[in-house]
Design a protein around this ligand. Structure first.
Ligand SMILES: Nc1nc2c(c(=O)[nH]1)N[C@H]1C(S)=C(S)[C@@H](COP(=O)(O)O)O[C@H]1N2
Ligand SMILES: [Mo]
Length: 260
């Protein structure tokens, strides 16, 4: 039996109230942009790199954004916008562990028997071994991970750009979602635009080493444009679909989009 989630449900009313109150006080063009885009606290954190732990930090983040003119804002909110990257000297050490269970229950996946299952709207439904995934073109990036529980940390992930992988398997990129099933029974799903985003990585390494069990061995999806809970660890299967797949936290009230 898996333990019941320890985490409290999201404080959606509090978050909505803090945001509404703060947005009301920023200059008009910015206010319009925020309202039009349905800005979330998480999205604000991603945009500004601020960790939003109280009302004051939300105000600081909004003030930072409202100084930009409309053009800059348009670029910031565009789906192709890149999340900030950082020098290696800024990597958070040790990088935090988080899951819906404690460190004593980290999943041990046998990499030698691992095969990533790929199904749904893809031309090639063959499974992928780790050796095959490692043979694809790799990229590395240092980005900030933001968890809705109120912490953020900078880490370095390496792996296959997810767009490369999706094209390799002949994914129908006009489909709406990509869903993920994990070895620890976690699951989540993302929009196709984010799946194809240039910074979305099918990550095989953390800080230059094989991804350790605590950070999702053997495979996780790393997206600096999404909040922590949208980044699945221990991926076993992925599928391309037009049917909304939901997710572990999303089904309990967390925002499904969870990003920018
Ligand atoms: N398989 C799986 N993936 C998961 C989770 C989980 O419990 N299981 N937790 C999510 C949450 S809420 C966060 S903040 C990050 C934590 O990633 P880290 O251990 O690399 O810090 O993993 C996300 N992906
Ligand atoms: Mo999280």
């Amino acid at each position: 039996m898996l333990p019941r989630p320890q985490r409290k449900p999201p404080l959606r009313t509090d978050a909505a109230f803090i945001l509404k109150d703060a947005v009301a006080r920023v200059a008009l063009p910015s206010r319009r942009a925020f309202l039009r885009r349905g800005l979330t606290l998480g999205g604000l954190g991603l945009l500004t790199g601020c960790s939003l732990v109280d009302d004051a930090s939300v105000e600081t983040a909004l003030a930072r954004i409202s100084r930009f003119n409309d053009d800059v804002q348009g670029a910031l909110f565009s789906p192709d916008r890149l999340a900030p990257t950082y020098p290696e000297s800024m990597i958070t050490r040790p990088f935090p562990f988080n899951a819906y269970y404690g460190e004593d229950e980290i999943r041990e996946v046998d990499g030698s028997r691992f095969a990533l299952e790929v199904t749904g709207q893809v031309a090639d439904k063959r499974s992928w071994t780790l050796a095959e995934l490692n043979a694809l073109p790799q990229a590395e990036q240092v980005t900030r991970h933001i968890c809705v529980e109120g912490w953020s940390a900078i880490g370095k992930w390496g792996g296959v750009p997810f767009a490369t992988f999706l094209r390799r398997v002949g994914a129908d990129t006009s489909a709406r979602y990509v869903g993920f099933k994990c070895a620890d029974d976690y699951h989540t799903s993302i929009d196709m635009a984010t799946a194809l985003h240039p910074q979305t990585l099918l990550a095989l390494t953390y800080d230059g080493q094989t991804l350790p069990p605590r950070y999702g061995y053997p495979l996780k999806l790393r997206m600096p444009t999404k909040l922590g809970y949208k980044n699945p660890k221990h991926i076993q299967a992925l599928f391309v679909t037009n049917t909304h797949p939901g997710g572990y936290w999303e089904d309990q009230g967390y925002n499904w989009f969870g990003g920018i």
